[in-house]
Design a protein around this ligand. Structure first.
Ligand code: B1M
Length: 213
């Protein structure tokens, strides 16, 4: 079993787009838990990609290929993770803030929230504050979740909360934030309602904010 997880992780690191979906499907056919396939296979691989990118032994084109491979694997798991929780919570709007193109972590948070029973509306990445305010008016969510992976884009979370306040929408929603450079202190400073350290704790937090736990 751990051998299959290792193959999936290696496939993500090597950007093996042709093989990883098949490996994920084999793991599912073997009856393995989709959350375990995600956490012990795909995420392990992407974490290693992160380390190698930092050390300079992987470069942007390779990282992008790994990201696409991870995404292809994720897509097979998405409906199964969602099934676990079928529509218990309200709506969550999720997006990566202005200036930031990183969306892998945000996508994982979305999948976990679907699994926890929320309807997730993914607004995408590089979102100006106005995109969030417009979407709040349109979809009337319970929660909005913002992700940032760059120290330079974290501040856009604060700008977005200000825009939501100025639009008179702040008391209608809860705000959660996350992403590698973000922490609980920062979340409090910018006036968010909570901080999720990873996808699983993000989904737990969402349940708490929605009064489900
Ligand atoms: Co870039 N990148 N990147 N990158 N990238 C980082 C973030 C970096 C740490 C790499 C490094 O130098 N060590 C660094 C940021 C440094 C900093 O600001 N301190 C960096 C940089 C510098 C850049 C560029 C500036 C590089 C350049 O062009 N010179 C550039 C910026 C582009 C931009 O956004 N404007 C850039 C570009 C890219 C790619 C496009 C090539 C690609 C993104 C592809 C994509 O997302 N579609 C990319 C990638 C893949 C990474 C790394 C390698 C991996 C990120 C990732 O997906 N991790 C990353 C290095 C690393 O993280 N070690 C790096 C896996 C993912 C599962 O984890 O995203 O942390 P993460 O999400 C977690 C938690 O943070 C949390 O849950 C998730 C699941 O557990 N979480 C939430 C996230 N959002 C949440 C929201 C919540 C709750 C929890 O509630 C709403």
């Amino acid at each position: 079993m751990s051998e299959l997880f290792e193959k999936i992780a290696t496939g993500v690191i090597e950007g093996n787009l042709d093989e990883v979906p098949g490996l994920v499907q084999s793991a599912l056919d073997d009856g393995l838990d989709p959350t375990k396939i995600l956490e012990n296979g795909l995420v392990v691989g992407m974490n290693e990609v992160g380390k190698r990118f930092k050390l300079g032994s992987m470069f942007v084109p390779e990282v992008l290929r790994s990201a696409r491979t991870m995404h292809a694997g994720q897509e097979l798991l998405r409906p199964l993770l969602a099934e676990a929780g079928a529509d218990l919570g309200g709506k969550i709007l999720l997006g990566t803030v202005q200036g930031d193109l990183h969306d892998i972590g945000k996508n994982l948070v979305g999948m976990m929230c679907e699994g926890a029973g929320f309807e997730v509306i993914d607004l995408g990445f590089n979102l100006e504050p106005e995109k969030f305010t417009e979407a709040i008016k349109e979809h009337q969510p319970t929660i909005i979740g913002m992700s940032a992976l760059l120290t330079t884009t974290m501040r856009a979370m604060g700008h977005t909360i200000k825009a939501i306040e100025e639009a008179g929408l702040r008391d209608k929603i809860k705000v959660m934030v996350g992403g590698a450079p973000v922490d609980a202190d920062f979340a409090e400073r910018i006036g968010a309602d909570g901080y999720g350290h990873n996808a699983a704790s993000g989904a737990e937090l969402a349940k708490k904010l929605a009064g489900m736990s």
